[in-house]
Write a protein that binds this ligand. Structure first.
Ligand code: NI
Length: 129
């Protein structure tokens, strides 16, 4: 395997900063993360565990109700959720879901589409890796 030196230098500095004991450990983790992400994008169905985290402006009219309503449509899959009042303007929420991959993605996309939601991140994983 050959890599351009600037790419490798960047990678080495990241894994050093994150406390990896060796480059191969970092490479293993990076490959694992790549596979999970790729499989996720390819996956249309199947059982997954996912978290949706997002930041939103709580003064946006109607947004709180819209977020609650969206979550109630997936109540069979939501295992837990947490709300943090971040500052004067922002709220931060984490939703943990287990169930059909397609529906986890669907809720993330729904939240993403709401006005006043500033940042959404979806992470997923499943067994067997
Ligand atoms: Ni809040």
């Amino acid at each position: 395997m050959s890599l351009p030196s600037n790419l490798l230098n960047k990678f080495d500095s990241i894994i050093r900063g994150r406390g990896y004991s060796s480059r191969s450990e970092g490479i293993r983790d990076a490959i694992r993360a790549y596979i999970i992400e790729y499989e996720w994008m390819e996956r249309e169905s199947g059982e997954e565990i996912g978290t949706i985290t997002y930041l939103y402006d709580h003064s946006q009219r109607g947004l709180g109700d819209q977020l609650t309503e969206a979550q109630h449509n997936y109540l069979d899959m939501i295992r837990t959720s947490t709300h943090i009042h971040l500052d004067e303007e922002n709220c931060f929420e984490v939703i943990v879901m287990k169930g059909d991959a397609k529906r986890i993605k669907e809720l993330a996309e729904k939240i993403m589409s709401l006005k006043g939601v500033k940042h959404v991140k979806l992470t997923t994983t499943h067994g067997g890796i």
